[in-house]
Design a protein around this ligand. Sequence first.
Ligand code: ARG
Length: 583
Amino acid sequence: MRRRFKGIAMSSLAQKLTEIMEQAFSALELPKENARVQVSGQVEAAQFQCNGAMPSAKIARKNPREIAQNIIDQVKHIEIFEDISIGGPGFINITLTDTYITEHLKSLLKDVRFGIPSVEQGQNIVLDYGGPNIAKAMHVGHLRSSIIGDSLRRMCLHAGYNAIGDVHMGDWGSPMGMILSELELMNFDGDITMEMLAEIYPKASNACKEDKARMALARAATHKLQNGDESYTKLWREFIDVSIVGMKKNFDALGVHFDEWKGESDAHPFIDDMVKDLRSKNIAIDSEGALIVPVAQDSDKKELPPLMLLKSDGAVLYGTTDLATIIERKQSHNPSKIIYVVDQRQALHFEQVFRAARKSGIAPEDKIELIHAGFGTMNGSDGKPFKTRAGGVMRLEELISMAIEKAQSRLNEAELAKDMDKAERASVAHKVAIAAVKFADLQNNRSADYIFDIDRMTSFEGKTGPYLLYQAVRIQSLLRKAHVQGDIICEEFKITDGDRSLALLLSELPDHFASAMKHYTPHLLCDYAFKLAQEFSSFYGNCHILSEKDEALKLSRLALCQQTHKQLSLMLEMLGIEIPARM
Ligand code: ARG
């Protein structure tokens, strides 16, 4: 069966058309890069368009319409075009025959990867996201990193990479010494709890800010810990473990997964040798008592300060652990890429670390790609960083409860999940809440700031997570009513005016996925998922499905429904959003 389609390597229709156009461009000795075919911006005029005649005409010093005609003459004999003609100054407008669209659909339905190619086997990618800090309550600042990072991990997995998510906790810097010295001042000996840590850290941190002597104690404690002091290490381990329990609770509620629970401290065993090596190569140099790695380059427009490796008291810094963590990751995973999903405001830090990693040979350019996938700030409706009503930083736990409460009342308003028992209702509300929060975050280009608006994001209307869940559940229930079990085998699609645009949209998935992977931007998947849900909604409104009398057309439409559901589910899965069985 598969053989029949062997000639048509699965990809999107736009990609297939691009390949055809590339041959035409080459035959006419026009630049192949101009041959790209894309989905038409004007659906009334055509399904696809190629805009390459204009730039090619410039180079060939010819009339663009004439060039367009030459290109069309090369391909018009191929029996896939319903219409191929020139529009405006030289656009090539393309409309495919329903037979060809049908042929494509058939192969699409048989492909479990929906036309997405897989990367070469055995490539590891480490994704660094979440980044919560020990002893501090997780707050909304950690939300974006977790949501975006987890989505990128899922995308990388789907692309065929061996993707490893690492939480990279902040567990080694000066706050550790602040807590240790505070515990010592309290003469503490008992069991450490999360509540206690949440109280101690701000207290210690304030005390250190106000009192130099107190700060000196904290520094000394950090130093002792970093040098392996036994009793400090034991106490530190205790509060790390307590903190991790709290973090896991939050990440579980969010449905964010990590493969590794490592932290800055895991870089520690590599630091001494790294420092020695960089010193001996003269890459790290002494400067006013500290050890630094100059990273400025002649081509810099702005001055780039050096990366600090060691403070004058020998303490290590954020940049030191990040650099040594690359060595640790090379040893444990030999990754071809490391993606850091961290606040855009840390861009300078990562530029310094990456340059130091290149310069020192820790991460040679041709071996490891280093990417800072930065993100903007989550703001409140006042346009300033999101705060609680009282003006404080909102804890992640509070935010999740708030979203669940809101989802519950939205379900009530929409009269959904009515006949369920309490447990199922609660589980649906949880899924709706997480879908709302994640989709609201992911639908923005990650580098942009966005406004956290709980009312808007939980609505069942508009471009929201709950709307997508609603559409997915609606297809599920339709398929249930049709008694569809397993995969629908539809050999003959029937395409009418009502089905065509859904069929075409389904074929676009590989293009959207490729763009999202290229720029590490899940919002492109959000756009596609939303379009798909909307298109399905009009298809559902305009076409008879279960009530269709023509059995072949009914089967064909059910197959489209099932395919839409599969693709929507895949998009949501990659966004980290779970669909309830019913609603
Ligand atoms: N703990 C850091 C913070 O709260 C984020 C860590 C990001 N990852 C990294 N490798 N630096 O800002």
